[in-house]
Design a protein around this ligand. Structure first.
Ligand code: B4P
Length: 196
């Protein structure tokens, strides 16, 4: 079954603060290594775009820079993973887990992660990148006030995720201050080192 396939699938969690370059590097990884890229943020924005009642609640939460409820994100991810289970060579789970509990529930319900890839960037750099993206993105959360809140949420809820996977010996950290091509050189070292 699809569920059994997922238990043995390669699953890589991709975490980092807002604007750390997660989405950007995932696109690079997909074109070189052929994983299935699932971005929790993109899945949530698609739910919003669908115009559902749930979508309206999600917009409010995202505008405040807060985390949407765990069950909402996990259900969206699970559905997409099941749909791709037969054909996928592995999954990049981008923007997830955002809190320790999300990782625990995912691993209980779907499968264990192979490792967690963490993009480390200073708050100043993340803010500058997001303000630059704000000029064209049209995203409700790309504005100065929301960016501050997203950074606070990251330090409070997501940093413990980094500590948690470090303790499990499953964290791979990339310094992502540099331009995206330089960062991808470091990412490739990790993926090639794992034999992907
Ligand atoms: P996300 O969609 O994950 O937003 P993000 O953190 O900004 O990441 P994104 O992938 O878009 O940006 P990236 O760093 O690649 O989350 C948005 C919101 O959704 C959250 O605040 C939360 O409310 C909700 N949410 C998402 N996942 C959730 C979960 N699991 N649980 C609960 N709630 C959840 O890139 C940013 C910019 O930097 C881009 O413009 C890019 O071009 C640029 N950039 C990237 N790398 C660069 C580099 N090396 N140099 C220069 N610029 C670079």
């Amino acid at each position: 079954s699809a569920e059994a396939k997922l238990k043995d699938a390669k699953i890589i969690f991709v975490v980092g603060g807002p604007g750390s370059g997660k989405g950007t590097q995932c696109a690079n990884i997909v074109s070189k290594y052929g994983f299935t890229h699932l971005s929790s943020g993109d899945l949530l924005r698609a739910e919003v775009a669908s115009g559902s009642d749930r979508g309206k609640e999600l917009t409010e939460i995202m505008e405040k820079g807060q985390l949407v409820p765990l069950d909402v994100v996990l259900a969206l991810l699970k559905e997409k993973m099941i749909a791709n289970a037969e054909t996928s060579t592995g999954f990049l789970i981008d923007g997830y887990p955002r809190e320790v509990e999300q990782g625990a529930e995912f691993e209980k319900q779907i499968g264990e992660c192979t490792f967690t890839l963490y993009f480390e960037v200073s708050d100043e750099t993340m803010t500058a990148r997001l303000l630059n993206r704000a000029k064209t993105s049209g995203r409700v959360d790309d504005n100065e006030e929301t960016i501050k809140k997203r950074l606070a949420t990251f330090h409070e809820s997501t940093k413990p995720v980094v500590d948690c996977y470090t303790e499990k010996g499953k964290l791979k950290m990339v310094s992502a201050e540099a331009g995206s091509e330089e960062v991808f050189v470091l990412v490739k070292e990790i993926f090639d080192g794992c034999g992907f």
